[in-house]
Ligand binder design. Structure first.
Ligand code: G
Ligand code: G
Ligand code: MN
Ligand code: NA
Length: 250
């Protein structure tokens, strides 16, 4: 397959770039973190979004090399940000199958000199899907490095609540599907309020994802979400732009 060969070569040649999307505190309205979102500058096809190549990278195992590149790059860039701004990095469930993942992350933290207490790792529920003791152990070992763990796309998987019983996440990222129709569906408002109450009682922060309108900002703020992310505030942007944005605030 052409795309697979391209991807392999793209990783060797480092044809990737990280964009960053701000996570904004709903109490201070300041940027509290940047989520690293990978982009591929394909030599023939131009910029390709991760939705098109992350699944292939996962099928082929190339996500391990790509994920390591993204982590190293994100930490290297975020090292120069003001110390009040964290960085959020997505981890694929496939990366969790590697027994050496916690060691790898520890090594990248050491090599980049990035303080682990400013790193959030975003994982999805599928990591815990098989009630896999190894994954649970990996999560505990990651947490022991001093970083925080956020559960991404919360509410879209199955039996989400059992995960919260098994592992103390630091944050829930409420999936954008619940935010999208907040203005038209009272059920979504009730769901977001309930997730936020649950999170507060379990001492977890919450990020409302995919916030696009002021009305949505007001609803998720009233519901008690701690942070929001979405086009209303900012689209994902090149690191230089992100740096300029946080530089103005700090
Ligand atoms: O940036 P965009 O909106 O196209 O992102 C699409 C998806 O790709 C999101 O689900 C996001 O979590 C995922 N993604 C972006 N960057 C990375 C990355 O570095 N690693 C992994 N595993 N997923 C990523
Ligand atoms: O799975 P994850 O939550 O990491 O994916 C984030 C994805 O959501 C990225 O592809 C990002 O570009 C996209 N995104 C971020 N904010 C918004 C938004 O306000 N509206 C929409 N439609 N997509 C968004
Ligand atoms: Mn994410
Ligand atoms: Na998400």
């Amino acid at each position: 397959r052409k795309l697979e060969a391209d991807l392999r070569r793209g990783i060797e040649l480092e044809q990737f770039e990280l964009y960053f999307q701000p996570l904004v505190s709903l109490s201070t309205r300041r940027v509290v973190s940047g989520e690293a979102l990978i982009r591929w500058h394909h030599p023939e096809r131009g910029m390709i979004s991760p939705g098109e190549f992350i699944p292939l990278a996962e099928e082929t195992g190339l996500i391990n090399a790509l994920g390591e590149w993204a982590l190293r790059r994100a930490l290297g860039q975020a090292r120069d940000w003001p110390s009040g701004v964290r960085v959020s990095v997505n981890l694929s469930p496939v990366q969790f199958r590697e027994p050496g993942l916690p060691e790898l992350i520890k090594r990248v933290l050491e090599e980049t000199g990035f303080p682990s207490n400013r790193l959030d790792l975003e994982i999805t529920e599928s990591v815990l899907l098989q009630n896999n003791i190894t994954n649970l152990d990996a999560l505990h070992r990651l947490r022991a490095l001093g970083l925080r763990i956020a559960l991404d796309d919360f509410g879209t998987g199955y039996s989400s609540l059992s995960y919260l019983q098994r592992f103390p996440f630091d944050k829930l990222k409420i999936d954008q599907s619940f935010v999208r129709d907040l203005e038209s569906r009272p059920e979504s408002v009730a769901i977001i309020q309930s997730i936020t109450n649950l999170a507060r009682n379990l001492k977890m922060a919450t990020t409302a994802e995919g916030v696009e309108t002021l009305a949505q900002v007001d609803i998720v703020t009233a519901a008690g979400c701690t942070e929001a992310q979405g086009y209303y505030f900012n689209r994902p942007m090149p690191e230089a732009d992100f740096r300029a944005l946080i530089g103005k605030e700090n």
